[in-house]
Design a protein around this ligand. Structure first.
Ligand SMILES: [Zn+2]
Length: 437
C-alpha cells in the first residue's frame, strides 16, 4: 500500500469510528403522520384516497381518515401530495457485492477487486437500494466476497449505515469446477478465488450448508445448473442426491432454499429436491412450471438481468428486438403467469445498477402482469416468501413501519416506481419531500 493511500484509509477509518460511536444505538424514531394522495396497502388491488397512516415506535399504529385519528403533539406530519403510499418494496434476488458488468465484467470483479473494496461498494449499494423504496432484500450470494454480507447486514441493523433489511445467503453452493472464475479459460496451475463454495458429494454439500448457516446464512442458495455443456450449454451440475442433501440439511436448520436454475432439467431437479424458490427458470417448459405449482415452489424470474446482459454483450437496445435468451425468459414468465404459478419479485440487481430495482416490476408488467399484481409480487407476496408476512409487506395496524411513496400511482402506472418521494424503515425517515418553508 502506498503511504498516501494508507493515510487516506486511516482518515476514512477515523470518520467511520466517529460515526459509529455517534450512531451505534439508533436514535428512537419519533411519531409520524403520513398524508399521501392515496394508499396502496397490499390488501386488494386499488389505491384508496382519503387515508393517512400514523407511525408510532417503528410500527403502523393507525390507518384511516385524518379526522378520525388522535395525533399526539410532536408528531411529524409529512404531506405527500400527488403521491401514493405503499408498503416498503422487497427484491428477492440481489447481489449487493456486484456492480454492473458493463463497468467491470464478473470475472474481474471476483478476481481483482479486494473483498474490503467490494464491502465498501456494498454499503453504497445498500443505501441506494433503500432510498429507492426497497426496504427488504434477499441477497443471494456475495459472489466471492465470503461472509461479508453478514457484516453489512449487522452494520445496517446496528444503525451504522443506511440500508434495507437483509436476508443473506452468504457464499452460495456450487458443484466443483462448474462455476467460476475458471477453471475453464485459465491455465491449470492457477488456484483461483471462487464465486461460490464448491462441493462434491453429499457430505461436502451438507458440510457447506452447516458452515454457511452457522456463519449467518438466512437462506441457502445453490446452483442447480450452469454453462458446463460441451458447447457451454446450461446443464445440471449437482447430482439429485447432492441437491436433496442440501435442501434437507438446510430445512433441518430452519433455512429455506433458493436454487439458481436456467435449464428445464435443472429446474426439475431443484423442484424435485424440494427447494423453496427457483431463480431465473428461463427454459422451464409448461410441464415443469406445472410441477413448480404442485410443489408450491415460488418462481423468481429476474427479467431485468437478462435484458441487461443482452444490452452489455448481445447488442440488445431497449425497445428493440429481444435477444434469444430474453425471448426464452419471456416465454417462461408468460407460461408461469398463465398457469398461476406463484411469481415473486426478484431482479438479480447488481448485474444492473443498484437502486434501479423497480425495473423488474416494469418488465413484469410489460410481459403481462397487471401493475397491482407486480406490486403484490414485491410486497405481501415477497414477504410470504421471506416468512415475514406478519411483519412486512402490507400497510396495516401492527405491521412494521416499512413504507415508501411514489409520485403518481404505481398500481395504475408501474413506472411511477422510478420516482420515490418517501422512504421509511422501522419508522425512521430516510427520504422525504422538502418541508415547505
Ligand atoms: Zn443472481
Amino acid at each position: 500500500m502506498r503511504p498516501s493511500v494508507l493515510v487516506g484509509v486511516l482518515a476514512a477509518l477515523c470518520v467511520l469510528i466517529l460515526q459509529s460511536a455517534a450512531s451505534a444505538a439508533p436514535a428512537p424514531a419519533g411519531d409520524l403522520l403520513l398524508v399521501p394522495e392515496k394508499v396502496w396497502s397490499g390488501q386488494g388491488d386499488i389505491a384508496q384516497s382519503g387515508l393517512v397512516v400514523l407511525v408510532h415506535d417503528g410500527v403502523i399504529a393507525a390507518v384511516g381518515p385524518e379526522a378520525s385519528l388522535t395525533v399526539t403533539a410532536g408528531t411529524r406530519r409529512i404531506a405527500l401530495p400527488g403521491a401514493t403510499l405503499t408498503p416498503g418494496l422487497i427484491d428477492l434476488h440481489s447481489h449487493l457485492f456486484l456492480h454492473p458488468y458493463n463497468e467491470v465484467v464478473w470475472n474481474d470483479q471476483v478476481l481483482k477487486e479486494p473483498q474490503d473494496y467490494r464491502t465498501v461498494l456494498a454499503t453504497n449499494h445498500a443505501r441506494d437500494t433503500l432510498l429507492a423504496g426497497f426496504t427488504s432484500l434477499r441477497d443471494l450470494g456475495t459472489e466471492g466476497a465470503g461472509y461479508a454480507d453478514v457484516s453489512v447486514k449487522r452494520a445496517i441493523d446496528e444503525g451504522l449505515i443506511p440500508g434495507p433489511h437483509l436476508f443473506v445467503a452468504t457464499r452460495a453452493i456450487v458443484a466443483s469446477s462448474s462455476y467460476g472464475p475458471g477453471p475453464k479459460g485459465f491455465r491449470p496451475d492457477l488456484d483461483l478465488p471462487q464465486g461460490a463454495q464448491p462441493v462434491t458429494g453429499v457430505d461436502e454439500a451438507v458440510r457447506a450448508v452447516r458452515e454457511q448457516a452457522s456463519r449467518g446464512a438466512d437462506w441457502i442458495k445453490f446452483y442447480a445448473d450452469y454453462r458446463v455443456g460441451p458447447k457451454g450449454e446450461t446443464m445440471p451440475t449437482l447430482s439429485a442426491a447432492e441437491m436433496k442433501a442440501i435442501v434437507d440439511a438446510a430445512h433441518q436448520l430452519g433455512r429455506p432454499v433458493s436454487a439458481h436454475a436456467g435449464s428445464d432439467a435443472g429446474v426439475r431437479m431443484a423442484v424435485e429436491a424440494g427447494v423453496d424458490t427457483i431463480e431465473h427458470g428461463d427454459a422451464a417448459t409448461e410441464a415443469t412450471m406445472k410441477m413448480l405449482k404442485q410443489h408450491g415452489a415460488v418462481y423468481v424470474p429476474t427479467l431485468t438481468a437478462v435484458a441487461a446482459i443482452g444490452e452489455y454483450f448481445e447488442q440488445y437496445r431497449p425497445g428493440g428486438e429481444p435477444t434469444a435468451r430474453m425471448r426464452e425468459s419471456e416465454h417462461a414468465f408468460r407460461t408461469a403467469l398463465k398457469l398461476g404459478v406463484t411469481i415473486a419479485n426478484g431482479s438479480d440487481v447488481g448485474v444492473f445498477k443498484h437502486g434501479e430495482n423497480w425495473r423488474e416490476l416494469e418488465w413484469m408488467v410489460k410481459l403481462g402482469m397487471r401493475p397491482a399484481q407486480a406490486l403484490h409480487a414485491a410486497t405481501d407476496g415477497a414477504a410470504k416468501v421471506l416468512r415475514q408476512q406478519d411483519r412486512i409487506g402490507r400497510i396495516a395496524v401492527g405491521m412494521r413501519a416499512d413504507l415508501a411513496a411514489f409520485e403518481g400511482d404505481p398500481s395504475a402506472t408501474i413506472s411511477a416506481l422510478a420516482k420515490p418521494v418517501l422512504v421509511v424503515k422501522d419508522g425512521r425517515v430516510y427520504r422525504a419531500p422538502a418541508e415547505p418553508r
